[in-house]
Design a protein around this ligand. Structure first.
Ligand code: ADP
Ligand code: UVW
Ligand code: MG
Length: 399
């Protein structure tokens, strides 16, 4: 059997996982054929699963390598081999990548060439947990087939519409001129959710003052007006703003000075402290996984969940101030889509803003979860970063 038409591969390579999607190219759109996830990369306990668009499992396995942990490089080589062996899949004619940081230069998706690759490499220090893995994906594809078109889609691009004030840090000009400013991330997710919101809450409200909370392993919130980003909780790096699975979120910079001076921490240790040892994991001493924390009756686990919700509610007030009002609050990301208890606590804390949660609709996991009388409409919209990347990639490779 020969491959079925032309298709795209989408890679969303994270710090310990790779999400992928396979899409058929059809006339003016892309159709999802399969998706999958390789988890626990970098350990001896990696596992991979691939499903078709209806959720039917096509493959599930626990890969191992004889001489060490299963790396991103191993995972991509295995994935490409597996895709090549599926006669029912379209032939991969281009690859789209999620690239977390596009710096000041890339305000839109771009075809990757040697110059672009070099420029993206220079941004690694700004997103140490993400950018190296995103670029490893690009490099692995280049090594396999240098002629295969590749497209980079940026988490930062959606936020380029923010007004100058929202992007500033109060620091000397010399540093601002070299790009030390707020960028914001999760832009592919916000682009998807903002683009689908009118189907859930109607065009008028979707075009108003909206805050979207993307609550996954990484977590941020974005204020959107008339569909465009006006402010975000994430900043220069993806460590700013909300506390996350293992990241601190907003932290008095004086804490870092204290750790340097009092404990002699160097750059590598500070990076681990900020990105890997803190957040829900650091607070609970138990786990970075919201499911585990919600199921636990340990007081530290409960406090970690409470702090997460408290900070979301505080940031909501701040973003509503940036917008000068609030018409809609939208939850997305693994926690936002599935953790009814988190949504419930956030909404309770946001009652003063005019948020009135429909507890039953929330517990049932409906798309619209505010009461009919609520001044602020509250919705849950599952995100699809891979779908956004597929659409951009098709557009760019078809000229
Ligand atoms: N049913 C659920 N209830 C509560 N939390 C959940 C549920 N499913 C997933 N999550 C949480 O979602 C988070 C992962 O979100 P996700 O968006 O998938 O992460 P990533 O940022 O890696 O893409 C984890 O904290 C996980 O515990
Ligand atoms: C930018 C970011 O935090 O991404 P993720 O949620 O994938 O960690
Ligand atoms: Mg994510």
């Amino acid at each position: 059997m020969s491959a079925k038409g032309n298709g795209l591969l989408v890679l969303n390579a994270g710090s310990s996982s790779i999400k992928f999607g396979v899409y058929a190219i059809e006339d003016d759109h892309t159709r999802e054929v399969a998706n999958g996830l390789i988890e626990n990369i970098g350990s001896h306990d990696a596992h991979a699963v691939a499903k078709d668009a209806d959720g039917y499992v096509l493959a599930a396995y626990r890969p191992t390598v004889p001489d060490g942990p299963y790396t991103h490089q191993h995972a991509l080589a295995d994935l490409l081999r597996w895709l090549g062996e599926r006669p029912d899949f379209p032939a991969i004619t281009a690859v789209g990548h999620r690239v977390v940081h596009g710096g000041t230069r890339y305000a839109a998706p771009v075809r990757v060439d040697a110059e672009v690759r070099t420029a993206l490499g220079a941004l690694v220090p700004l997103a140490p947990l993400h950018q190296p893995h995103n670029l490893a994906g690009i490099d692995a594809i280049t090594e396999l087939d240098a002629a295969l078109p590749q497209v980079a889609c940026f988490d930062t691009a959606f936020h380029c519409t923010q007004p100058a004030l929202a992007r500033l840090f109060a620091i000397p000009k010399a540093y601002r001129d070299e790009g030390v400013q707020r960028y914001g991330f999760h832009g592919l997710s916000y682009e998807f959710v903002a683009g689908h919101l009118s189907q859930v809450i109607g065009a008028e409200r979707a075009g108003g003052k909206v805050v979207i909370a993307h609550l996954g392993n990484g977590a941020s919130m974005c204020a959107i007006e008339a569909g465009r980003s006006v402010a975000s909780t994430m900043g220069f790096t993806a460590v700013e703003g909300l506390p996350m699975g293992t990241r601190t979120g907003a932290l008095d910079p004086g804490v870092l000075l204290y750790l340097i001076e009092r404990h002699g921490l160097g750059p590598k240790q500070l990076t681990d402290f900020l990105y890997k040892q803190s957040g829900l994991l650091g607070l609970s001493g138990l786990s970075n996984d919201m499911r585990t924390l919600l199921a636990s009756d340990d007081p530290d686990a409960r406090q970690a969940v409470d702090y997460f919700c408290y900070r979301i509610a505080r940031e909501l007030g701040s973003l509503a101030a940036a917008l000068g009002g609030l018409d809609a609050l939208v939850f997305t990301g693994g926690i936002g889509e599935h953790a009814a208890a988190v949504r419930e606590q956030v909404c309770r804390r946001a009652a003063w803003l005019g948020v009135d949660l429909d507890a039953e609709a929330n517990a049932a996991g409906r798309a619209l979860i505010s009461t009919a009388d609520s001044r602020v409409v509250v919705a849950v919209v599952p995100t699809d970063e891979e779908g956004v990347i597929a659409a951009h990639t098709r557009r760019l490779v078809s000229g």
